[in-house]
Design a protein. Structure first.
Length: 147
């Protein structure tokens, strides 16, 4: 389970004194705990991987938005820190499908569901591609296929 891996890696980072990993994993762990509290879940039990992936993706999105702002302002130190945090979090996420893999999925879904509208096709494609697929790329490809 992803949450267990995060906890284990946090312990290792604490023992080795790696402040960067400790800081990032603590903030991730805090987000997971917040999710549990907000959804009235048992804080002692680990989340399933799908829920953890959703939380990690939200945190990645926030970090990427911050990174864009830091790049615009030229804050070199914060850019390096954000990029490092992004890489640490990405280690816990499943690999995103490539553009070619997404295209193959889109072709298959569109061919096997000619009577569906664009929204339904995007939903089916997202379901098959998984949570790590780029949603905007997916929607763009579906739109191109049915046009």
């Amino acid at each position: 389970m992803i949450e267990s891996s995060i906890n284990q890696d946090l312990k290792q980072a604490l023992l080795s004194g790696n402040k960067e990993i400790v800081s990032t994993l603590r903030f991730v762990k805090s987000s997971i705990q917040d999710f549990k509290v907000n959804n009235n879940l048992d804080r002692q039990l680990p989340l399933d991987d799908q829920q953890t992936i959703v939380i990690l993706n939200k945190e990645l999105k926030k970090l990427n938005e911050s990174l864009d702002i830091f790049k615009k302002t030229g804050s070199t130190e914060k850019i390096v820190q954000s990029e490092s945090e992004i890489e640490i979090i990405k280690k816990y996420l499943p690999k995103a499908p490539s553009e070619a893999e997404i295209e193959a999925i889109v072709e298959d879904i569109v061919a096997s569901n000619p009577d569906k509208n664009m929204g339904q096709l995007i939903a089916l494609t997202r379901e098959k591609a998984g949570p790590m697929a780029d949603g905007s790329l997916l929607a763009k490809m579906v739109k191109e296929k049915i046009s």
